[in-house]
Design a protein around this ligand. Sequence first.
Ligand code: CUA
Length: 380
Amino acid sequence: MRNFLHLLNSRLSKSILTLGIIFWNSYALAKDVGKGYFDDAPLSLSPELSKSPMYTLVGITDWGKEILHVYGITTIIALIVFLCVSIPILYVLFRFRATGEEQELPKQVKGNYILEIIWTVIPLILLSLIAVPTWQSIFRQDKAVKANLQDKNALRIEVVGYQWWWKFVYTDFGVITANELILPENTPVVFSITSADVIHSFYIPRFGGKLDAIPGKVNKLTYVTPALKSNSGPEGDYYMGQCMELCGLSHALMRFQAVIRSQEAFQDFIKSHNQPPVVTTASEKRGEEVFNLCIACHTIAGTPSANLPSEKIGPDLSNFGDRKTLAAVTRKNNMANLKAWLKNPLRFKPGSLMPDLQLTDQQIDDVSAYIQFSTAKNKD
Ligand code: CUA
């Protein structure tokens, strides 16, 4: 019993207990974030998105695999170093523990040329072991990048970061979209990445490769898109993307999704994207009128909003009804969330340029119906 109490009181058990409390609190906090304040839980915590985690440990593009190859070598070397250091330390700690009966200090040793040389040479060897495959990988990747840049069949997409959403321009097709980056499978893609305001960073973790979006500068990123998964449905495979550069209040909410589709489905997207919306119900008809309040910033292809010469500072909404999420993958795209967003955009996305237009409930219902249903191109 005394031994047990002694164990409870030991530093080790106190440390474990403290860590446990910290982990439990963080978990409880993460689970409750946004509850009560938002209408539903933020998407990042929903099971929907956990199917598409932002991990980097499975590379599914050529670029991603190349990075993982170097990462693997580094990890193995680091593991060996860790074992070579920690095992002798643990041995010494236990083997030479003070018994309390020592009368004097152990022998004090200073400087040892042989040891100095050994622990300078070992890191040199280790670093070369990492450097050589890294260079090889960089050269291989460089070759692939050049090949893609010259490939006439490569899909060229202009990526523009805005606070806090992404614009994607399919330059060869005159198609502009936002936040859902629809890509054909097994195709070389060349992204020309820039920004409209501050520095952002374009990153789809599972595709590998991360590049800054800098105002006034164009950075190129290119890889071959992955194949469709064997079990993917007609909507294709969704992969989370995220801005990786702290860019202001809603940086964490600057997400996007890469959607891999079959070549046919991609062509359907390109063909249908600029078709004018189909207005059917009376509510949608009224909503079309209300949308005139939005056209300074937003565009729906095939409507007068597309003919305004000004640069649109809000996301293109031409295929909004087909998107799975709204507000840059902040919430699921459904009528309830769309209405809540229109009623108070800053509640979903602090600092957003999207103003509260003081719309009446009726106007919100109508304009939501218009942009939700009239713009859906692929709903049966
Ligand atoms: Cu854009 Cu962080």
